[in-house]
Design a protein around this ligand. Structure first.
Ligand code: ADP
Length: 256
């Protein structure tokens, strides 16, 4: 009652803001906790397998065939660990605004051809057909390695969530003199509307339903944004997913 007039409203408003901020802190802490627990789980799986196989091999008495099998698994699981650690490091660099791009002129047609070659063997295992629709050379100003990482991640997801004997199509479309759209389309399992909303949401991008860290798309989106581009995602459960990456074209001056 000693607080008079407008002050009373201001204090009420302040209390609402503080309350909202407190809720946000609790929410973001919860997201971090979930994130750490899913990352730890992802790191643990390959480590358990490496430890199991190395102990078995050390104990000896295995024929060359079994030894070869064990070594193969150790090598594959180590690659998976390296990949995970690289993802975590990339994500943390992006969070701290410390990812440095090495900018050059990138021919997207060549980059997409290389991407397809890189994942060819993986697609072949599921008899998935990879197609590139691109007429002319398209030039973008950017970091070739980072852009490759973007499309490798998208095509990798498309393969992971596609059925056997299906097709994945990469289409390059000029939108104007200034922008190009690169569409990665699969006819796989698709994403439900509720999950797609989560995947789109910046915080919840670190969210994986099917195991995995869920870091892939978060990193992909941020690399595209560092190139002044954007990503659009459309999906229908049971029908497939379409991810469109829109990037600014290199200007005429940059090309000479
Ligand atoms: P991760 O790095 O764990 O693979 P991503 O960030 O790349 O995670 O993807 C997050 C989630 O989005 C996946 O776990 C999956 O549920 C869904 N997703 C991504 N791409 C596709 C796709 N092409 N088809 C169906 N689901 C997808």
């Amino acid at each position: 009652t000693r607080i008079k007039g407008n002050y009373r409203y201001e204090i009420a408003e302040l209390a609402t803001t503080i309350n909202y901020m407190a809720q946000e802190i609790v929410r973001s802490n919860q997201i971090k906790d979930d994130f750490i627990s899913s990352i730890s789980h992802e790191l643990r799986t390959p480590l358990t397998s490496i430890k199991g196989w190395s102990e078995t091999l050390v104990s000896g008495g295995y024929d060359p065939e079994e030894t070869k099998l064990g070594m193969g698994i150790i090598s594959k699981e180590s690659d998976r660990l390296i990949g995970l650690v690289e993802e975590i490091l990339d994500f943390s660099k992006l969070q701290q605004n410390e990812m440095k791009l090495s900018i050059g002129i990138v021919d997207m047609k060549v980059l997409l051809q290389e991407t397809i070659l890189n994942v060819w063997a993986k697609a072949e295992k599921k008899r998935i057909h990879l197609l590139l629709e691109c007429d002319d050379a398209v030039f973008v100003k950017g970091d070739a390695n980072r852009l490759k990482q973007v499309f490798l991640n998208l095509v990798d997801n498309a393969i992971k969530f596609s059925h056997e004997d299906s097709s994945i199509v990469l289409t390059v479309q000029s939108l104007s003199n200034q922008e190009v759209a690169i569409i990665v389309r699969d006819s796989g399992i698709g994403i439900s509307e509720a999950h797609l909303a989560k995947v789109r949401d910046r915080f919840f991008q670190v969210d994986a339903l099917n195991g995995g860290t869920g870091l892939g798309l978060a990193i992909t989106q941020q690399i595209v944004e560092l190139h002044n581009g954007r990503i659009e995602m459309h999906s229908e459960l049971g029908k497939g997913t379409q991810v469109t990456v829109i990037l600014p074209l290199a200007t005429e001056q940059a090309l000479v």
